[in-house]
Design a protein. Structure first.
Length: 94
């Protein structure tokens, strides 16, 4: 019983610290992000509506005849936005 009084508070303290590092980043519901080559400063664009239900990557074209960029749901460029059909690109220059 003497050991339990010592170990139980220590265990609670260790678990509280461990859970603080288990935070999962959230997806921004208002913006999507485009990797334009500078990983420290992704370009924020309004939330894109890709066609749901497919495994293809969602891409945008920022200027007419320009490069097609992969769209991400998070600012860290870790969560790729999917749901576009093949060869479909959302054009922001129209």
């Amino acid at each position: 019983m003497k050991n339990l009084k010592f170990i139980l508070p220590m265990l609670a303290f260790v678990l509280a610290i461990g859970m603080s590092f288990a935070f999962v980043g959230t997806v921004d519901p208002q913006f999507d992000y485009v990797d334009t080559g500078d990983p420290n400063n992704p370009l924020a664009i309004p939330e894109t509506e890709c066609i749901t239900g497919t495994q293809f990557s969602c891409e945008v074209q920022l200027v007419e005849g320009g490069i097609e960029y992969q769209v991400y749901d998070d600012k860290d460029l870790n969560i790729e936005k999917t749901g576009a059909t093949k060869d479909t690109v959302i054009k922001y220059w129209q």
